[in-house]
Design a protein around this ligand. Structure first.
Ligand code: C2E
Ligand code: CA
Ligand code: CA
Ligand code: CA
Length: 277
């Protein structure tokens, strides 16, 4: 038994070493990728439930690796956060999303607000606001065309600090979405405390809408948002049935594969031309 215990410790140490080695390798890879312009922003429409028209768009990062192909943000965002690379990467993301929005507007006459995901580390960084402000100024970007998606975890911790920051962001005309709504510990408290423009109802509720409890939750969130004058986006809509359900409870806006997966910007323009006739 003693020997097995020792072997297990050895095994776990090995595993841990492997994990650290692969994370260090990943960090180097990420730095190289940033310098090499291997990241690309994909875009997923925010679609009106009633009319099927595109009302806005969420930017979602992809790593187009020269050998491995497309790598999901779920794999590299956590490592970018741990290593601090999320700061330059996050700035690049904001700039790219705003530049693309400007391009659609100028070249194609398409004016849509663009939503950018902001990670907790990025949001908590001392220079977040000043860098965001500078970027908007430099690009001559209209702040009302920018929406920032944060999760509850982003807001956790220093309430005063986060409240002040959100007020500053709102103060210059940028809007705030609360992402993955309903999955955290105190979603209601967040709504009460923070100046939120939009609730994004997490996909897990839509997956479950047919069960009695599932539909009660979605319906309740939509009614509550309505009463609070907050807009709602349902995430992860994959079927006509789900869309019909959202329509029946007067949910205004959705995202999901049913309309489109996140796609490269050129394809996104074509999709908007098709849907917004
Ligand atoms: P999220 O912000 O909650 O984004 C929604 C995710 O659900 C996206 O995955 C999207 O592709 C996926 N999705 C959309 N509609 C459907 C659907 O109908 N069915 C299913 N099964 N999935 C759907 P993605 O692009 O892989 O991003 C995963 C997460 O990575 C995001 O979750 C976000 O937390 C993070 N992320 C992505 N891009 C960025 C970014 O630019 N910056 C930061 N900080 N995080 C990002
Ligand atoms: Ca999001
Ligand atoms: Ca989400
Ligand atoms: Ca999420």
């Amino acid at each position: 038994a003693k020997k097995r215990g020792k072997n297990q410790v050895h095994y776990f140490t090995e595993q841990l070493n492997q994990k650290i080695i692969s994370e260090i390798a990943m960090e180097q890879e990420l730095k190289r990728a940033l310098a090499n312009h291997e990241f690309e922003m994909y875009y997923q429409p925010k679609t009106c439930v009633k009319t099927g028209k595109v009302m806005g768009v969420e930017s979602l990062i992809r790593w187009i690796h020269p050998k491995k192909g497309i790598i999901s943000p779920k794999e590299f965002i956590p490592i970018a956060e741990q290593t601090g690379l999320i700061i330059p990467l996050g700035n690049w993301i904001l700039q790219q999303a705003m530049q693309d929005q400007l391009e659609w507007q100028k070249q194609y006459g398409i004016t849509l607000p663009v939503s950018v995901n902001v990670s907790a580390i990025q949001f908590g960084h001392d220079k977040f606001f000043s860098e965001l402000h500078d970027l908007i100024y430099r690009l001559n970007f209209e702040p009302r065309h920018l929406d920032i998606e944060v999760t509850e975890s982003v807001l956790m911790g220093d309430t005063e600090k986060h409240l002040t920051l959100l007020k500053k962001i709102r103060g210059i005309g940028i809007s705030i979405s609360l992402d993955d709504f309903g999955t955290g510990y105190s979603s209601l408290a967040y709504l009460k405390t923070f100046p939120i423009n939009t609730l994004k109802i997490d996909k897990s509720f839509l997956d479950d809408y047919r069960s009695n409890s599932g539909s009660v939750f979605i319906d309740t969130m939509v009614r509550m948002a309505e009463n609070l004058n907050i807009s709602v986006v349902a995430e992860g809509v994959e079927s006509q049935e789900q869309l019909d359900y959202l329509s029946s409870i007067q949910c205004q806006c959705y995202q999901g594969y049913y309309c489109s997966k996140p796609i490269p910007k050129k394809e996104f323009i074509q999709l908007v031309h098709k849907l917004n006739v």
